[in-house]
Write a protein that binds this ligand. Structure first.
Ligand SMILES: [Zn+2]
Length: 376
């Protein structure tokens, strides 16, 4: 095992840090970062451990951001090797967190090590914002660290998030924004009764269907040059008592919209209400916003990433905003430019998660290339 990035990635994967556990990952990072002049601060909120490590006091500040936690491995017997014992087979490194996102964290650290060695007096500051609370509810992680930084006037200019953004080769896709995400819990009320007496019941399932059909086929917007059209998906429908001779009293529906910058949460709520009202439903609805959309237009960070990717892989990267939410949703509102750049996401959250071993050093070189363009 020759590569420093590979070694560190394996060390991190061997720690079973299922959310919100960090399993000692951040201690490993602290030791490495202190050795190259980072001030390391552990910020604990409830059961979540976060790390804010910073080298330098001056602006501008480039912060690498990521998470040490991983999703559960699922059935162990369906893995070809132990998810928490990193193993290389045919040039691929297997283990839970290999792609999402312990390899990125390893690459950030080794990029900083080489960069600091070559440029001990770099301009501005470098930071790492690491949480163990990204994969679950994410209320005691990045969001709280950002609140802490804001309260003391510490401002991130550029945030580089190591989420696995790439499609088939490292660097082919970077994410320069994310869609918003809004959830609704809809309860449609009816009148329960015997199926044999239809005039005495009001069937909430029958009432729900045409309204849900209208919601599902509604065109919310057409997207724009950075965002795909807003999408509506029903994730759960629950109704019924489990027997065949009772019409239930209500039906419960959960749905989510991933929305572009062409529409806002208020418009989504109003349009949904209009569609439900058109069907004269008796209903209750509760909304929760899990992330606002954000977009980082062409600027220093995007340009530095495009150039570094081109230099180290020959690839002309494409800017996209697809995929799930990320912790970028908490950093972008501070005014920071936010970009996600990490390994190929083909296997994330799956059985036998892997990363291409060759991509580890490439990613570390790209990160170093971005440091050089922004902080020298
Ligand atoms: Zn992730």
């Amino acid at each position: 095992m020759s590569s420093a990035t590979l070694k560190l990635a394996c060390d991190l994967i061997a720690r079973p840090s299922i959310t919100p556990e960090d399993a000692g990952c951040q201690d490993v990072l602290i030791e490495r970062l202190r050795a190259i002049g980072f001030e390391c601060e552990t910020l604990i909120f409830d059961d979540v451990t976060n790390l804010w490590a910073r080298r330098g006091n001056a602006g501008p500040l480039l912060a690498f951001a990521g998470h040490t936690d991983v999703v559960p491995p699922g059935p162990l017997e369906q893995w070809d090797s132990d998810p928490f014992q990193p193993e290389i087979r045919d040039g691929l490194l297997y283990g839970r967190g290999a792609a999402d996102m312990k390899s990125s964290i390893a690459a950030m650290v080794t990029a900083c090590e080489r960069f600091v060695e070559q440029h001990p007096d770099h301009t501005g500051s470098i930071a790492l914002l690491i949480t163990s609370d990204e994969e679950a509810i994410a209320i005691n992680g990045t969001v709280k660290v950002i609140e802490t930084l804001e309260a003391r006037g510490e401002k991130i200019d550029w945030a580089l998030i190591g989420e696995p953004s790439s499609r088939s080769q490292v660097g082919d896709v970077v994410k320069n924004g994310r869609r918003g995400s809004i959830n609704a819990k809809l309860v449609i009320n009816g009148v329960q009764g015997h199926v044999a007496y239809p005039h005495k019941v009001d069937n909430p399932i029958h009432r729900a269907m045409p309204a849900l059909h209208d919601l599902a086929r509604h065109e919310w917007d057409q997207g724009n040059s950075f965002f795909p059209p807003t999408s509506f998906q029903i994730s759960n429908i629950n109704s019924g008592t489990g027997v065949s001779n009772v019409v239930p009293g209500h039906a419960e529906v959960l749905f989510n919209l991933r929305y572009s910058t062409e529409i806002d949460a208020h418009q989504i709520i109003e349009t949904t209400r209009a569609i439900l009202d058109k069907h004269e439903l008796d209903y209750d609805i509760n909304w929760s916003i899990s992330g606002y959309p954000f977009l980082t237009p062409q600027g220093e960070l995007v340009i530095a990433a495009q150039q570094a990717i081109k230099q180290h892989t020959g690839i002309t990267t494409s800017l996209e905003t697809s995929g799930g939410t990320s912790d970028g949703r908490f950093i972008a509102p501070t005014g920071a430019q936010v970009l996600e750049l990490g390994p190929v996401n083909e296997s994330i959250h799956k059985l036998n998660e892997y990363v291409n071993v060759e991509d580890l050093d490439k990613l570390s070189d790209i990160y170093q290339g971005i440091l050089e363009r922004l902080l020298t």
